[in-house]
Design a protein around this ligand. Structure first.
Ligand code: ZN
Length: 210
């Protein structure tokens, strides 16, 4: 716990605007989602970040870290699949943003030879994409707020906004996924006033992440 607080303070001292906490395994070819921080640890990070006027984004590939992060007061949940109905309802109630980052795994699959990923890795990534999309469908239907994050590796830059195509597959209207809509959503996430950001905060640029 003390270590969590030390790191949050260290990041704030380094002038970070947003704290990202890695609450489950999972990244690149690894699509496991084992929880890596407890509810109490995530809560301590959320409270500390908020105390400094910062947001807390929580990375969780799996549902357990996401469930605890939502209840701990995280401002956004990144990537998570298979979230249960209660967690999704709680996100809608609290206004927690969901940042699905579905497309970056499509990028990994298409460029698997460059990354040295075998067909077994591609199959796991495709399975993850399906579950990620299904979770996004359920979250959208439940009224959860979305923000667009690419999670793109540097070679994927330029394709970031393809994420919006997945939002449409998840049930969003094309109009709903248009740029201004997301400017508003993204701006809401980073604390800008809606409308003050047009021309400044662009979709696909407001969240990076890993
Ligand atoms: Zn992440």
């Amino acid at each position: 716990m003390a270590e969590v607080l030390r790191v949050v303070r260290q990041q704030v001292a380094a002038r970070a605007d947003v704290i990202k906490m890695y609450a489950s395994t999972g990244s690149d070819q690894d699509v496991t989602g084992f929880q890596t921080f407890t509810f109490d640890e995530i809560k301590a990070a959320a409270d500390a970040a908020h105390g400094f006027g910062r947001k807390l984004a929580v990375h969780s590939y799996g549902p357990d870290g996401a469930r605890d992060a939502v209840r701990a007061g995280a401002d956004s949940i990144e990537h998570a699949t298979d979230m249960d109905d209660q967690t999704i309802a709680e996100m809608a109630r609290r206004g927690t943003f969901y940042v699905p980052t579905i497309d970056h795994n499509r990028y990994y699959v298409e460029h698997r030879q460059e990354f040295g990923y075998g067909e077994d890795v591609a199959a796991h990534l495709n399975d993850y994409i399906e579950r990620n999309l299904e979770t996004a469908r359920r979250a959208h239907k439940a009224g959860v707020r979305f923000a667009m994050g690419s999670d793109a590796v540097f070679t994927g830059f330029g394709q970031n906004t393809r994420e919006l195509e997945w939002f449409i597959k998840a049930g969003m209207t094309r109009a709903g996924a248009d740029r201004c809509y997301h400017q508003w959503r993204c701006a809401a996430w980073i604390g800008e006033e809606p409308g003050s950001c047009c021309g400044r905060v662009l979709c696909g640029y407001c969240r990076g992440g890993g």
